[in-house]
Ligand binder design. Sequence first.
Ligand code: ZN
Length: 359
Amino acid sequence: MTCNDIRKLLDDFVDGNLPAEEAARVRAHVDGCAECARELVALESLRAATAALPNEIDPDTDLWQNIATEIASTKVTPMRRPSLWLRGAMVAAAAALVVVGAREWRMRTHSTGWEVTRIAGAPVIESRGVQENATLRQGEWLRTDENSSARVDVANIGRVTVGPESAVRLKGSSDKEHRIELARGEMEAFIWAPPRLFFVDTPSGVAEDLGCRYNLAVDEDGNGALDVTLGFVSFERDGREVIVPAGARCELRAGKGPGTPHESGASRELQEALDRVDVEGATPENVTAVLHASSSTDGVTLWHLIPRVDENLRGEVVDALAARVPLPKETSRDGVIALDTRMLERWWDAMYPSWSHWN
Ligand SMILES: [Zn+2]
């Protein structure tokens, strides 16, 4: 049987609907074919996820099949973006998942270690080579060289794809939180649990999953970047937090924390102006340069800038954002300038209507 033949049978295989002989042939093929094995694991993970859904919000099977196929075909390339269609479909599906609630998930998670599957090359857990599958236990490091990559199943709440030249450690996995450390390299996380269960420690702060897909990179000096492709991710250091929505990016600086988020497609001019704000400070000159370089799609940047600039400059930033995203009801210019938390949140909701699904 070819890979294509196998793929057609995977659905029934996972559901246990194949005659024993056929199931054995699928199993034999999958044991020897990394590509089909990845597809099978993706499908099983998603079935486990859908099993937790109340029936009335169970997304239709085709949707899950499509998502599974997309995940299985995901390459270990930072910055890879799902198609627009897929992003829409996944948001809908993930939003449905979030409805399940944390409690249900916690009952289903376990802490005996996470399964690691070799994708390419020779990943190593401590000093043990990962042939096909292995278990990553608490405290252990998973390392890849320039030619290797691996997938990690995060309990039953998601998966992390670890790219080349990376070092990832499992710090803890319990019903309340799952935490890894990315010391260097790159990883993509796809988490289908409710928000705030999955954390990644980095040299520049902590990424907290708010649902549900992102790339993290850390270079040799501990600097890096966070790119969110679906949902939202919080990044925090020393009490300073940024929220990075899908389609946005945040530079990470070792020992300093997250930079001001910006749209991935933001102009070079805006990115350079933001670098100056983040590194030198929010001086009038630097803030003016950001306002000058920002366009109608840079709301995420302006919103984050509001609390960071001096009061006498804040009005200008508020006005710039209001020209792009009108102030919502029960929100006033003066209130925002006074950093009224509820008003700032309402404005964020107006920019990102899907935010309420995740929080
Ligand atoms: Zn195959």
